[in-house]
Structure formats: structure tokens, C-alpha cells
Ligand binder design. Sequence first.
Ligand code: CA
Length: 236
Amino acid sequence: MKKRIIVIEDEPSILDNILYSLESDGFDVCGCPTGGEGEAEFKKNGADLIVMDVGLPDTSGFELCPRIRQSSDVPIIFLTARAEEVDRIVGLEIGADDYMVKPFSPRELSARVRAVLRRYQPVVDKSAEVSQTESNGRHGIPFQVDDERVQVTYFGDVLSLSSTEFRLLRILCRHPGRVYSRSQLMDIAWNEPDAAMERTVDAHIKSLRGKMREVREEIDAIETHRGTGYALKENW
Ligand code: CA
């Protein structure tokens, strides 16, 4: 089955180029020139991935993305014309999975779309799996990882996580106290280190911390190990 991609972009020439390139790559595509149309299209027919321009005539990607996130964890790639916006996107509080800065080649975007879709596939590596007993019982940590619902509960509260944050936290929960380097985290979480940047890991970790601090402000659940990487707090 062809993967279905909704592209929300108001500049007709960019939209056409993207649609043409994705279609030649074997994707089923649907182009929408406004945020409203894109949102309606997604609600009506769904999609495997959404490509979304930040600057839209009727809304901004920063507003639209969280609205979509309320009901779906569909992968979202942002397009932005301004490099300054990247920090905000990479901050990922808004729940995007990746971004591209204009101008970019449509082929580059196609490659990024494929990479995000691959990352998004359920992890098949059994060794990376966390069972509930493992995360709750043995280590006595206050996390519950639910692979089927793609959900993590922290002190009884469900964290609202992007798919990438879920993968990262799931790995950290496997061995509290164990330090994972950024490149290990990229390898395990994405199986595709080249497609990601270490800075992206930092940004996701930052976002995860913020979400956990909303549940327990006084606890830093993820420890930074200078020069090496990150670990889940070992003693609770
Ligand atoms: Ca635009």
C-alpha cells in the first residue's frame, strides 16, 4: 500500500515541486494551500505523514501542529523559510518530527520523508523492548511504558510525547543509571544515525524534561553526563 502524505504549503510552485517529487517516489499525495484545508483533509481521510509549511495564510504551523497532535501522533515534517525558526521547531515542544529549511531540493525532502517514515515503524529489535514489569518492578522507577498505546506514564500521569520522545524515553527506562551517548541514542531510536543530528537528541531530551517537570517539578528524571550522554535517574 502506498503511504499517503498531505503537504500543506501555500506557495503553488513549491507545492507543485514537492507533490511531483513525492509522487514520483511512489507516495500517494494530497496538496493543501491552507492550514484549514490541510486539517480538514487529515481529519477526513487521514495520512501516514504530514509535510507542513510554518508560514501559512490562515494559521501558522506552530498552531496547527499541536492541534493535530491532540488526536494523532502522525509524523510531521516542518518546512520553514527562516533559519531562526529552526530553534523553535527543534525545541519540538510543538511535536514535530523533523524540519527542512527553504530552499531545499524536493529530492532532499523525499529522502527526509522516507527516513521519518522508517523511524516511525514499530521497533522490531526485541532487545530494545521494555516490559511493564521491567520498568515498574525491578528498577522501582516511576515510569510505565505501554508499547501498544505508545504511551509512558510518569507518577501516574500520561506524558504527552512525540513518537521520537517516546522512543528515547523507552530506551532510557530500560536501564536506569546506564549512560547512553547521543550517537547510541540515535542508533537505537532511529536505526539511522546519519539522518539525525546530535543536536536533535539534545532538543528532544530538553522537551522530555520539560514534560516530566510539569508532573514533578523538583525531580530531574534524566541526568546529563558531560561529554558522554544521558541516563535515566537511577535512585528514586
Ligand atoms: Ca508559506
